[in-house]
Design a protein around this ligand. Structure first.
Ligand code: 25A
Ligand code: L14
Length: 340
């Protein structure tokens, strides 16, 4: 069968599982698949394209003969194994924070800056989930009206942290409803029936690394360092799909109708904005979907040329696995990957 030799690193994880699902859904041309994870999961059987596949422990030689590797096993694993894969001629699409701001590494959202892939040197970074859904909505507005400033607050689901965090929200919710003691493991405080203004680690200036990722990655992906971004990232007790309240200020005046028309035609976006019929983006609508949902579009009259909107997307799909596979498809369709 014609196709590529594909490796998924972190295949047993929350993002890795979505990667396998989306490769199947989109009939990505695969000759052979390698499911890689830690030693802990070696031997686990996973069904992929009607074949039973066995998970193997990731070692440097796992990448021999592989054409493309999708990594989602955390920053430390990427730092160790991505260079090993590249050394063996593999094109790596990495979901972690390890290489995103490296000037030699394209940081790509296919709807926004696919051209950056033409300069790849074997290693490509998938942006942070919160950044991806935001720039998909911002790019068409920036192209028409030039965005000067963005103020974003996020409402992030626990699935972004991984499978352990999904279990933690389930277990704490049950415990509280049953009036039992809760257990803390992934998050420093109770996440059930609570919100935490804390995602990833704090820096000396009081921002979290998740906030810095949104601020820095947006400028790199949009290729315009005149855009000012400030972020507050918050964990909420939602299983899947991140929400964002986004306030923008544009150089040119934009009406609500103009923004709606623009976003209705934008790739990867679905406008869900009919408040009269109580229709607006919500995690339960975005869950399992490919599109970034945008609604609550309205003028902000407290500043000149201000717009408010509410943006929701499936963080495991568009925020991670789907975006990575769209990058792989672009590489394939544009002859940017050597097939052995
Ligand atoms: O949590 P980890 O360690 O980052 O693990 C995530 C994936 O990486 C694999 C792991 O395989 C899993 O598939 N992995 C870990 N160590 C590895 C190694 N040495 C490795 N792969 C190769 N070499 P696993 O089979 O060990 O994991 C099986 C299940 O156990 C959970 N788990 C893993 N390490 C754990 C742990 N649970 C508790 N303590 C630990 N130390 C693991 O949970 C899996 O279910 P998970 O996969 O849901 O964790 C999700 C991680 O994925 C990253 N992530 C999530 N969303 C994004 C993302 N990264 C980038 N972008 C995203 N949008 C996060 O790092 C998150 O922690
Ligand atoms: O892509 O929600 O850098 O805990 C790291 C932590 C994604 C989400 C990244 C979380 C992330 C994440």
């Amino acid at each position: 069968m014609a196709g590529l030799n594909v490796a998924v690193v972190g295949a047993t994880g929350a993002v890795g599982q979505q990667m396998l699902k989306i490769l199947e859904e989109r009939s990505f041309p695969i000759k052979e698949i390698k499911l890689l994870a830690s030693k802990r999961s070696a031997g686990v059987k996973i069904n992929f394209m009607n074949r039973e596949c066995t998970v193997e422990e990731t070692v440097p030689d796992s990448f021999k003969g592989v054409d493309i590797a999708l990594f989602s096993a955390g920053t430390e694993i990427s730092k160790i194994f991505a260079p090993e894969a590249v050394k063996r001629g593999v094109v790596v699409i990495d979901n972690s924070n390890a290489f995103r701001m490296d000037p030699d590494v394209p940081l790509v959202v296919p709807e926004v800056n696919p051209h950056a892939l033409h300069k790849h040197k074997g290693l490509i970074s998938n942006p942070n989930c919160s950044t991806i859904q935001m720039v998909v909505a911002l790019k068409p507005i920036h192209d028409c009206f030039k965005i000067k400033r963005v103020v974003v607050s996020t409402y992030q689901a626990v699935s972004g942290t991984g499978r352990e965090a999904i279990k933690e929200l389930t277990n704490q919710s049950k415990a509280i409803l049953d009036e039992q003691e809760i257990k803390l493991s992934v998050y420093p405080h109770q996440i059930a029936f609570n919100t935490l203004p804390h995602i990833d680690v704090f820096d000396e200036e009081g921002y979290t690394r998740e906030e810095r990722k949104m601020m820095n990655e947006t400028v790199k992906i949009m290729e315009d360092n005149s855009i000012k971004v400030t972020a507050t990232t918050v964990r909420v007790p939602v299983f899947n799909a991140h929400s964002e309240s986004i306030n923008i200020q544009t150089a040119k005046k934009a009406t609500v109708k103009e923004i709606k028309d623009l976003l209705s035609r934008a790739p990867g976006v679905k406008v869900v904005d009919d408040p009269a019929n109580l229709l607006y983006p919500m995690p339960i609508l975005a869950n399992g979907k490919d599109e970034v949902l945008v609604g609550r579009i309205r003028e902000d009259n407290s500043i000149e040329n201000g717009i408010n909107m509410w943006v929701v997307a499936d963080n495991l799909r568009k925020g991670a696995a789907l975006n990575a596979i769209q990058i792989a498809e672009y590489l394939l369709n544009n002859g940017l990957i050597k097939v052995r």
